[in-house]
Design a protein around this ligand. Structure first.
Ligand SMILES: NC(=O)c1ccc[n+]([C@@H]2O[C@H](COP(=O)([O-])OP(=O)(O)OC[C@H]3O[C@@H](n4cnc5c(N)ncnc54)[C@H](O)[C@@H]3O)[C@@H](O)[C@H]2O)c1
Length: 285
């Protein structure tokens, strides 16, 4: 059994992990009325995420032609997933964190609920043996909503096609633009290309060829982008960028270590990007 559009309109959703992405996903999922529950072991993160989403919800819901729903923090995971049609996981990019969580979600969520991972680089095929019902397991890879509204939807290899269809149908109601990844791909579509850009930009700085400011300015001048790769990495979080790059390096031969060394140095100084007030740039709070 797969939930249908009526279930999606009627039943709550849960977002597990209340960090940079979790709060953004919660915001988007709350734009059509209904209830979005945010779960995170950190009390501060849960509450900060609810405040963050609530502040923006009226404006974003109006933008997508919807109505603001409710976003609330729930500390008990079983209560967070009670009666939901969808759970989106947005916890750190580590399999040893994600796998036991999916086993718990599979046990606690309603048997038909869709279990989606927002992982940037792990296909959910890596989680299939952690759950009893892989037909409801899927990747939904969000970018940086509400500003960047693309979502890449990818099967775990055993996903019921009706789950993919449901997400492709429902996500546009929330102002999101889903793209179906046509076969399994570590890094999805856009992120694979973006990873190569980040890696070379980091290498250029690690080798002392240019500063982050200079690279970003060249991007603005040459591609007409508003921000360059270093400003974007600061928004994403340098710890998250490093985790993703470590994963590519583990999966592929020949990924050079220079970019990761530079990230490790900054992280060791507490420079994680916007979330700590300093990364490649200073971000006064
Ligand atoms: N940051 C980005 O730009 C971005 C973009 C797309 C996808 N992603 C992916 O989204 C996921 C989350 O990334 P993020 O940047 O939001 O990370 P983050 O570090 O900002 O937030 C992670 C949150 O998960 C919580 N957490 C840790 N263990 C948990 C558990 N067992 N159960 C519930 N919550 C737990 C932490 O307290 C924290 O609040 C990762 O898989 C990442 O690859 C990130």
């Amino acid at each position: 059994m797969v939930p249908d559009r009526a279930d999606a309109a009627r039943r709550p959703v849960a977002v597990v992990g209340a960090g940079t992405l979790g709060r953004r996903i919660a915001l988007m999922l709350a734009t059509r009325g209904g209830e979005v529950r945010i779960s995170d072991p950190s009390h501060e993160q849960r509450n900060a995420a609810v405040r963050w989403a609530q502040e923006r919800l009226p404006e974003v819901a109006a933008r997508v032609g919807g109505t603001p729903g409710t976003v609330r923090a729930v500390d008990d995971l079983a209560q967070a997933v009670d009666d939901v049609w969808l759970v989106v996981e947005a916890v750190p990019e580590r399999l040893e964190v994600k796998r036991p969580l999916f086993t718990e979600l599979d046990r606690l969520a309603p048997p038909d609920a869709v279990l989606a991972s927002n992982s940037s680089s792990y296909p959910t095929s890596r989680l299939v043996d952690a759950v009893r019902r892989p037909q409801r397991l899927v990747n939904t890879h969000f970018y940086m909503p509400p500003e960047r509204t693309a979502v890449e939807v990818m099967s775990c290899g055993r996903t019921d096609p009706a789950v993919v269809r449901l997400l492709m149908d429902v996500l546009p109601d929330h102002g999101l633009q889903p793209f179906q990844v046509r076969r399994e791909s570590t890094g999805f579509i856009y992120n694979r290309i973006w990873a190569a850009i980040k890696r070379e930009a980091l290498a250029v700085v690690a080798e002392g060829v240019a500063t982050p400011e200079e690279v970003d300015e060249l991007f603005r001048l040459n591609l007409g982008t508003d921000r360059g790769p270093f400003a974007r990495m600061d928004t994403v979080g340098l710890d998250v960028v490093l985790d993703i790059e470590e994963h590519y390096a583990a999966e592929r031969l020949g990924v050079s270590d220079g970019p990761r060394r530079l990230l490790r140095e900054l992280i060791a100084e507490g420079r994680l990007g916007e979330k700590t007030g300093r990364g490649f740039y200073d971000h006064p709070r």
